[in-house]
Design a protein around this ligand. Sequence first.
Ligand code: ADP
Length: 151
Amino acid sequence: MSTSERTYIMIKPDGVQRNLVGKIIARFEERGYKLIALKMTQATPEHLEKHYADLKGKPFFPGLIKYMASGPVVCMVWQGLDAVKTGRVMLGATNPLASPIGSIRGDFCLAVGRNICHGSDSVESAEKEIALWFPDGVVQWTSALEGWVFE
Ligand code: ADP
């Protein structure tokens, strides 16, 4: 576990349409994570098929690609201590109804097929996803707060 661990977080089309971008960003900022890449894009089905390659063959895969390509997404890389695992805890479970109150999915959504936000599930998949969505790399910067967030 390192203070420079990175995770890929993506606000899905329903999160954008429901004006939840600011609230989701605020949760990561307020927790102490550092934003090192950010963009809005409307992804193509081909790009999304690469992102979700592990799920190809699942019955919900075609619907998932259609949903994810239906509008713009907000792509982010957040850095900080235990970013991958803690990012997933902040998101909640895949099914919003199984997500604790206080998590993003537990507070803002109800249906598994409209669960507003993606977060990498391992350091390895975070690296792959960051390379896929930010092929030109991330922004390395020093936050003046770092000494107050980490010992
Ligand atoms: P997570 O996003 O929590 O890592 P998965 O990788 O298992 O979950 O699935 C990717 C996405 O596919 C989910 O976030 C959700 O949008 C969608 N999904 C998963 N399971 C279902 C399902 N049973 N029905 C519809 N959509 C699903």
